[in-house]
Design a binder for this molecule. Structure first.
Ligand code: FDA
Length: 325
């Protein structure tokens, strides 16, 4: 019943005027400009959060569009340094041209990662759909090979291949491996991915266990209680936790701007009370801050991917005072 109502609200919202979608989405998107992202980060810093910034946009159709992303991320990097924000960058490899011209895409990503390295800043390659899983992982490996170790990727619990990917990355990078683990937002076919809720949760939890055993830096990106509770228990089993130096024998050297071998990550506007509770308990918590002109496309995609957001939209409309970022 609730699912049906949510889906109907989503179907209606998609047909609503742009201003309406913008008004409701302001909870999930910092705004169209870099200044908006900086303002939100300055505010949320007071809650003890750190951040990763995402310039909205994904697959592009011309390499000129990739130039825009490179420039905007360079601006973000400067603003983060200037305002002394505890923040790293999240990029979509296809927005840098990876699917149009792999060599040029790699060149663009290398430029950004190199500059970030000079600022002692980490860059996360977000994971997109299965067409680019291998090339995204390969990009990280290639960057590490040329000495740029300030880069890591995301693995998606729902994909069958993920445990093998963790093992391969462990072999190649050892203690320098640094992952974000999430369920995976793309609805992948059943030939390559789990498709039911419980299977996806179980597989994501198994990935968390494997990463922790591998000594990797592990960013747990989920708002789902069974995943978060599993992660907390797994961390405790490894003797890891707030304010404890990473005790794993195979762990990497302590890197600047990182937690004790792990952190929790959440999206802007989602389950703030849970994030604040984790932070209050001493866990390092990072908020994913999307901003950019493409806020409309991003909001519609989020809605289509997660129809339960429909109820949140209805709440924002009926109880507008609850709709703050
Ligand atoms: P689940 O979807 O079960 O959500 C649990 C509850 O959280 C929901 O019932 C709802 O209340 C709330 N919730 C979840 N998502 C919400 C939203 N968007 N808005 C409002 N409420 C929401 N995926 C990917 O494929 N590649 C990537 O690179 C990333 N990167 C990434 C970074 C970060 C920081 C996060 C938190 C997530 C991602 N993801 C991602 C997305 C991830 O794969 C997954 O699709 C979402 O986090 C939703 O899964 P949950 O584990 O949160 O559980």
């Amino acid at each position: 019943m609730v699912g049906w109502i949510s889906k109907s609200i989503v179907a209606m919202t998609i047909r609503m005027p742009r201003w309406f979608v913008g008004w409701v989405s302001r909870r999930y998107v910092a705004g169209p400009h870099l200044d908006d992202a900086v303002r939100i980060m300055q505010r949320l810093s007071k809650e003890g959060a750190c951040f990763t910034v995402d310039v909205l946009g994904e697959e592009i159709s011309t390499l000129e569009e990739a130039d825009f992303f490179l420039e905007e991320y360079m601006n973000a990097l400067s603003a983060i340094s200037e305002h002394k924000l505890d923040c790293n960058l999240s990029i979509k490899p296809t927005a840098f041209g990876l699917l149009i011209d792999e060599k040029k895409g790699m060149e663009n990503i290398t430029k950004l990662v190199r500059t970030a390295n000079e600022h002692n800043m980490f860059v996360r390659l977000d994971m997109e759909d299965h067409r680019v899983t291998s090339s995204t992982i390969q990009t990280v490996l290639d960057l590490h090979k040329i000495g740029l170790t300030n880069v890591g990727t995301v693995l998606q619990g729902r994909l069958f291949r993920t445990l093998d990917d963790i093992n391969a990355l462990e072999t190649a990078l050892g203690p320098d491996a640094d992952y974000r683990i999430c369920k995976g937002i793309y609805l992948e076919p059943s030939e390559i991915a789990y498709t039911s809720y419980q299977d996806i949760v179980d597989a994501t939890n198994a990935s968390i266990d494997r990463m922790l055993a591998a000594g990797a830096y592990c960013s747990i990106a989920s708002h789902d209680i069974p995943v978060i509770e599993h992660a907390k228990a797994a961390l405790a089993a490894h003797g890891m936790g707030p304010n404890i130096a990473d005790p794993r024998r195979n762990a990497g050297p302590k890197r600047d701007a990182k937690g004790p071998g792990y952190e929790f990550q959440m999206l802007l506007g989602v389950r703030g009370p849970l994030r604040r509770k984790l932070a209050k308990d001493g866990h390092r918590t990072r908020v994913y801050i999307p901003y950019g002109e493409k806020w409309y496309e991003y909001s519609i995609r989020r809605l289509q991917e997660n129809p339960t957001l429909g109820t949140q939209y209805a709440k924002a409309f009926l109880l507008p005072w609850t709709n703050r970022p």
